[in-house]
Design a protein around this ligand. Structure first.
Ligand code: GLU
Length: 307
């Protein structure tokens, strides 16, 4: 990220912070919530195997939102990382590299996606919820008929009180067809389904003026009422975490899609998954990007021109 502390003007900061606290109280009333969880939030850092404790709390949080009468959609990464770990436990795959060729990654995703869904279904069943799998790619939204069908399927699932679990169709979607990261994918789903809150669970606390791992003077930004070019530039070139693909750049791209579609977005650290209900209660966690609806924003046009 480029150092840009000028983004924080001390004179306007106090008002912005008051506005942030006041606005966050509205998050209690959000009715359709999309939650995105990245691979690094689901896996133990050292072994790269599934962190069942975190998944249990994640599922409990989402189930409770559902029991409060909200519509909940989960966008979960992890297919490739989980599949890779499964393969590494075999004689054949012991030395499988992170940067293996695309066909190997796609095979890993096929194995891992099934394993991931099996795990989610087990936990969601414990909390008396019905979950469903949706695998999609970019074409599912850029082509009119697919978009119509996808919308209808989501709608029926939500009417059935299901929790759809979404991922990119990684074992089939190659470069030309894929969105590539689940930050953008979750914003696309939020936009398509007219969600009013998108929560990006991450291994970072939120947005900083610079990369805090490199620059100790990087300042934390807790409220973004308008996502402008200056902020977009700040995030350029940030890298993702160990297991996933999304850095701050993809999170801000997701912010553009979500906020222009009229959806609030919060980037928050998933260290403690219970942060989900605290965000929905209006507590001041993570960076809030306030919905900033743009009547001229068209999801299909945007995807065709930007991806
Ligand atoms: N769809 C990918 C997977 O499940 C993850 C993409 C991402 O990390 O954003 O492996």
């Amino acid at each position: 990220m480029m150092n840009d502390t000028a983004a924080l003007n001390p004179d306007s900061m106090e008002t912005a912070l008051d506005e942030n606290m006041a606005y966050r109280q509205n998050l209690r009333n959000r009715q359709r919530i999309v939650v995105k969880v990245g691979s690094s939030s689901l896996l133990h850092r050292t072994t790269h195997r599934l962190d069942y404790h975190k998944i249990d709390v994640l599922v409990r949080e989402l189930s409770d939102l559902k029991n409060r009468g909200k519509d909940v959609i989960l966008v979960s990464s992890g297919a490739t990382a989980v599949g890779r770990e499964v393969i590494r436990r075999t004689d054949f795959g012991r030395n499988l590299a992170e940067d293996s060729k695309i066909t190997v990654k796609q095979a890993c995703a096929a194995i891992g996606q099934a394993r991931l869904m099996m795990t989610y279904q087990r936990f969601f069943t414990d909390y008396n919820q019905i979950s469903a799998q949706i695998l999609m790619d970019k074409n599912a939204v850029t082509e009119n008929l697919s978009k119509y069908n996808l919308y209808n399927t989501f709608n029926e699932l939500l009417k059935f009180d299901c929790i759809p679990i979404v991922n990119e169709n990684d074992s089939v979607a190659t470069y030309e067809y894929s969105v590539g990261d689940n930050d953008n994918l979750s914003a696309i789903v939020a936009s398509l389904m007219h969600a009013d809150l998108l929560i990006l669970l991450s291994d970072v606390d939120g947005l900083y003026t610079d990369d805090p791992r490199i620059n100790p003077d990087a300042e934390y930004i807790e409220y973004v009422p308008h996502l402008d070019e200056k902020l977009m530039k700040m995030a350029k070139g940030t890298t993702g975490s160990e297991s996933g693909t999304g850095g701050m750049n993809t999170k801000l791209q997701a912010g553009v899609i979500a906020t222009k579609s009229g959806c609030d977005m919060v980037i928050v650290n998933s260290r403690h998954m219970k942060v989900i209900h605290e965000v929905v209660q209006g507590r001041n966690h993570g960076t809030l990007f306030r919905a900033d609806p743009d009547p001229n924003f068209d999801l299909q046009d945007y995807l065709e021109s930007s991806f």
